[in-house]
Design a protein around this ligand. Structure first.
Ligand code: SAM
Length: 348
């Protein structure tokens, strides 16, 4: 099964075991491409996918449990309240950027039943298929192994893949797919990237397939900044870890995490949190394989993440432009987080 696998990698899956030939060379090529794309701009930028080596994934899991990080709790509240509506009559669930699949279990309980339910969920015994897609190989396979044990009636087919470059069509029967894109990860795209993502995703789906999209809502800048700059410093470590990932993945000199500090700022004009790695002294970083380098003066920053915050209906209107028809938009009781359920239009 190749849908969702990044170009240049192959992934083979079975119900109980998974092997991948994901190579260091393809990671290096992907990072070099991202460096060329954004690192030599002003300001320099890097896409958030480079947070997620094994350590970064574990740090993100810790972030989801922090007092300051409300999105995970708020989204889980919505999933608990609406699980039946979301799962509906789906026969295949595909989760993009699945991570630990912790919250997904709320839906899997309905979809496939738990071990205690003998594997009989809404999809019917033996009929339910779950395809978690993630760039973070170790985390993905560990989650898939755990799910296969917890849900004996579920077929779990993990795919190592870049969710921004799905090959499509997605696995599963056309019209019976439910795609999950949770955690507010859609906020990591700017407007142009979001439009490209929705268009690409639509191209991998068929009429009747549905998408459940979690998104963070606008709220006080103080709460937003605290969620991305926690008192225990876990998010700071998560951000700085990207420098270690880069140093390990491509040939470079002059890159030292001690030369940078984490910063989270609210950009009101763009309605987004931005995470930066701010140079604390003048630095020069060279990438011999790219034949390029760049100076960063003390105080200059590298933007490592944007996290856009939305008004409740904004995304439904955007999705409609790409052939997705709105079925529902829910939020948690405090109005902190939103979840949109849309279906690919029969006429689209
Ligand atoms: C913010 S976390 C959300 C995790 C989980 N969905 C949740 O709601 O808690 C983003 C997840 O997407 C994955 N990810 C980030 N960029 C990706 C990409 N380009 N392709 C595939 N997975 C990606 C990360 O490894 C991580 O598991």
């Amino acid at each position: 099964m190749t849908a969702g696998a990044p170009r240049g990698e192959t992934t083979e899956t079975t119900t109980s075991s998974t092997t991948t030939t994901s190579s260091a060379a393809s990671d290096a090529a992907a990072l070099e491409s991202d460096l060329r794309e954004g690192f030599f701009d002003d300001p320099p930028t890097l896409p958030p996918r480079w947070f997620y080596d094994e350590k970064g994934s574990l740090l993100f899991d810790q972030i989801t449990r922090l007092d300051e990080y409300y999105p995970t709790r708020a989204e889980a509240e919505i999933l608990r309240a609406r699980a039946g509506d979301i799962v509906g009559a789906a026969s295949t669930m595909v989760e993009l950027g699945a991570g630990t699949c912790e919250k997904t279990r709320v839906l899997l309980d309905v979809f496939a039943g738990g071990a205690g339910a003998g594997g009989a969920g809404a999809a019917g015994a033996g009929a339910a298929r779950f395809v978690p897609v993630d760039i973070s190989t170790e985390m993905l396979f560990e989650s898939a192994r755990a799910l296969a044990t917890e849900y004996p009636g579920l077929r779990v087919d993990p795919v190592v893949g870049d969710l921004t470059a799905l090959d499509g069509p997605l696995p599963g029967e056309p019209g019976g797919r439910l795609v999950l894109f949770l955690g507010g990860t859609v906020g990591n795209f700017d407007e142009t990237q979001r439009a490209a993502f929705f268009a690409m995703l639509r191209g991998t789906m068929s009429p009747g397939d549905r998408l459940a999209l979690g998104f963070d809502l606008v709220k006080s800048p103080q709460r937003l900044v605290a969620a991305y700059d926690d008192a225990a410093g876990i998010t700071a470590e998560f951000n700085l870890n990207m420098l270690d990932v880069i140093g390990r993945t491509v040939d470079c000199t002059g890159l030292d995490r001690r030369d940078f500090r984490h910063e989270a700022v609210w950009n009101a004009e763009e309605s987004r949190i931005e995470m930066w790695l701010r140079a604390v002294r003048d630095v020069r970083i060279d990438f011999p394989t790219l034949g390029r380098g760049r100076d960063l003066a003390a105080g200059e920053g590298i933007r490592t993440e944007i996290a856009r915050k939305f008004k409740p209906d904004a995304l439904v209107d955007e999705l409609a432009d790409h052939g997705f028809c709105g079925q529902a938009v829910w939020s948690d009781e405090s109005g902190d987080f939103g979840l949109a359920l849309v279906v690919v239009d029969q006429g689209a």
